[in-house]
Design a protein around this ligand. Structure first.
Ligand SMILES: [Zn+2]
Length: 207
C-alpha cells in the first residue's frame, strides 16, 4: 500500500484538518459520538462529515501508519500518563480492534440489507483482552494487517455501495459513507489522545 502514502504536508492534512481552536466547547458527556458527523471536533480538529469518499482509503491507511509508528517508537509506550488514561499501547490495541471491528461491520453492510450490529463494549474488551499486557510489536503487526485488509475493502467500494446502510445496537443509523467518516474520526481522535493537546504533527515527528 506504499503508493497510497502522501508527502509529509499531505499526511498532516489527511490526519488533522486544522489545529484545535483556542475556544474549546465542552464535548457532550456521552459515549455517542455521532455528533462528529455534523460538526468539527474541537479536540482533534477533524471535520469528519466533510471527508470525501475518495480520501477514505488513504486516510485510513495513513492513520494506521501513525499508529504503527507510535507502537514501535513511543518511548513510554506502556506507561499511562494518568492512572485512568490508557497508555499508547492500550490505545493502539484498541485501535487495532477498531480496524478489525469496522472491517467486519463493513462486510456485513455489503452482504446484508441494513444489518444491526452487535454491541461492542470497548472498555470490557480492554480488560478481558489485557491490552496493557500485550506486546507492542505484535499489536503493531496486527494493526498493520487489519488496516491493510480494511483499506483494501474500502478501495473496492462502488459509489452505489456507499449508500448501503447499517444500524448500531443503540439505533444510530449509518450509511457506508458516514460509517467510514465516523471510523476515521475515531482513529484520528485517538492519535490526538496519545499525542496530547499539541497538533498531530507531534506524532508525525516521531519518524
Ligand atoms: Zn475528535
Amino acid at each position: 500500500m506504499r503508493e497510497l502514502v502522501a508527502d509529509r504536508a499531505e499526511r498532516t492534512r489527511l490526519l488533522v484538518v486544522q489545529p484545535p481552536s483556542d475556544a474549546v466547547h465542552p464535548q457532550p458527556d456521552t459515549k455517542d459520538w455521532t455528533w462528529v458527523l455534523g460538526r468539527r471536533c474541537d479536540q482533534c480538529g477533524l471535520s469528519a462529515g466533510d471527508i470525501e469518499p475518495a480520501e477514505f482509503a488513504q486516510r485510513a491507511f495513513v492513520a494506521a501508519e501513525e499508529w504503527v509508528q507510535i507502537l514501535r517508537s513511543s518511548p513510554a509506550v506502556t506507561a499511562r500518563p494518568e492512572p485512568d488514561v490508557w497508555s499508547p499501547l492500550e490505545y493502539g490495541a484498541h485501535v487495532r480492534d477498531v480496524y478489525r471491528l469496522f472491517d467486519g461491520r463493513l462486510e456485513q453492510m455489503l452482504k446484508e440489507d441494513t444489518p444491526t450490529f452487535t454491541n461492542w463494549n470497548q472498555d470490557e474488551t480492554a480488560i478481558e483482552e489485557r491490552y496493557s499486557e500485550q506486546d507492542p510489536e505484535v499489536v503493531a503487526e496486527e494493526l498493520e494487517a487489519a488496516a491493510q485488509h480494511f483499506v483494501a475493502r474500502i478501495q473496492s467500494l462502488t459509489p452505489e455501495q456507499y449508500r448501503r446502510r447499517g444500524i448500531r445496537s443503540d439505533g444510530a443509523e449509518f450509511t457506508v459513507a458516514t460509517f467510514l467518516q465516523y471510523f476515521l474520526h475515531d482513529v484520528i481522535h485517538h492519535l490526538w489522545d496519545v499525542t496530547g493537546q499539541q497538533d498531530a504533527a507531534a506524532s508525525l515527528a516521531l519518524e
